[in-house]
Ligand binder design. Structure first.
Ligand code: DX5
Ligand code: ZN
Length: 225
């Protein structure tokens, strides 16, 4: 399959978003990762519904919405109305994860589920056939610019096996500390989608995206070792 880069807007410059969307699209990017933090589930507050509905008018990028909020079921309809294309919630934050997935389906959006670094892959087993995407956090959620937790690569490999054995179509996404330096090992472990914040928005967006695209091309042509 074609791999996907989902740049995390958290590392963007919020004073001038439109030119960054233009540069991302011109570089071949199709997804945008939107980190929503409530200051309760994670010790930080980021963007919310107002930002998402305004930027929805400024870009056609696919909105990959990562909810780091407690009791996410309360806000699924609102994020759908704001313009999310995929709604991704934390397993640890939901009392009844299946009910959240049903709610995401009811509003006609793609559904994703996420685990923090301390949550085992095994906890995802009941949901692998119910979602479109599973996100493995490779840093503690809450902040951009942290270092990749090396044990995350094995979690990707374990999840790849679980998904393949179950016949699920869910894509594997990884988020936190991803750079062109560790991208190849993560992709070889079986990830489909890389989220990258600082590694995309620091310095030149187009140069950074090019570095990731070259790695994707190498993996897809089977040239990687
Ligand atoms: C952290 C967020 C990430 C973060 C990634 O809670 O979920 O999406 O922005 O940023 P980098 O790529 O800089 O680690
Ligand atoms: Zn994220």
């Amino acid at each position: 399959m074609q791999h996907i880069l989902s740049p995390s807007l958290l590392s963007g410059n919020f004073a001038c978003l439109s030119p960054q969307f233009t540069e991302l699209s011109a570089s071949g990017v199709r997804w945008l990762h939107l980190d929503v933090m409530d200051g309760v589930f994670v010790p930080n507050i980021s963007m919310g519904l107002t930002v998402i509905s305004s930027i929805r008018k400024a870009t056609d990028l696919f909105f990959d919405t990562h909810l780091m909020i407690v009791d996410p079921i309360r806000y699924i309809r609102d994020f759908a109305d704001a313009g999310a294309d995929l709604i991704n919630f934390h397993l640890e934050a939901a009392e009844d994860p299946e009910a959240v997935i049903r709610e995401i389906r009811a509003v006609g959006k793609q559904a994703g589920i996420t685990i923090k670094p301390g949550t085992p892959v095994e906890a995802l087993r009941p949901y692998v056939n119910l979602v479109d995407l599973i996100l493995i956090m490779s840093v503690e959620p809450g902040f951009g610019g942290q270092s990749y937790i090396p044990a995350s690569t094995q979690k990707v490999a374990d999840l790849r096996k679980m998904i393949d054995e179950s016949g699920s179509h869910a894509k594997i996404e990884i988020d936190g500390g991803v750079t062109p330096k560790n991208a190849e090992e993560i992709l070889l472990a079986g990830a489909d989608i890389l989220v990258a914040g600082s590694a995309v928005f620091k310095n030149s967006i187009s140069e950074n995206v090019k570095s990731f695209s070259e790695i994707f091309a190498r993996i897809e042509s089977g040239d990687a070792v």
